[in-house]
Design a protein around this ligand. Structure first.
Ligand code: FES
Ligand code: FES
Length: 152
């Protein structure tokens, strides 16, 4: 039995410890905002926060989740997260949307630890979050907009 918190709620997992976190979130908790795409940690569509750090939930086994605090796109509520979501809307970032919860989770994690990231720090934080619709310029604009407003 593995106990963890998901979006501030205590949860218990009793299944196969090798099962990826993403399936627990999607299948057992019906938190379907985190997406399955590559399944090998290479695209970022499944990104969630693990103790505040962005991780690829398709590649994190439940055996690593004991005592963990997981946050998904459904549980974003901090002032930084609210600003990021507003900037995403203002910059009209989304195209098909499939990659976007992962993009937002990476952006929020970055801005929660550093509200004034350099261009290089944005590149590093967003590296590996793939967008097949190539919304990269609007993603960057939304992160910069959030940074400006959070620092104002
Ligand atoms: S689905 Fe997890 S990184 Fe691609
Ligand atoms: S918005 Fe379509 S994959 Fe990113």
């Amino acid at each position: 039995m593995i106990k963890l918190k998901v979006n501030d709620q205590q949860k218990v997992f009793r299944g196969d410890p090798d099962q990826p976190l993403l399936w627990f979130l999607r299948e057992e908790l019906s938190l379907t905002g985190s997406k399955y795409a590559c399944g090998i940690g290479a695209c970022g569509a499944c990104t969630v926060h693990f103790n505040g750090v962005p991780v690829r939930s398709c590649s994190m086994p439940m055996s690593a989740m004991s005592g963990a605090e997981i946050r998904t796109i459904e549980g974003l509520a901090s002032p930084v997260a609210k600003q990021v979501q507003m900037s995403w809307q203002e910059m009209d970032v989304v195209q098909c949307g499939y990659c976007q919860s992962g993009q937002i989770m990476s952006a929020v994690a970055l801005l929660e630890r550093n509200t004034k990231p350099s261009s290089k720090e944005i590149d590093e934080a967003m590296d590996g979050n793939i967008c097949r619709c190539a919304t990269y310029q609007r993603i960057r604009a939304a992160i910069e907009d959030s940074s400006d407003k959070l620092g104002a």
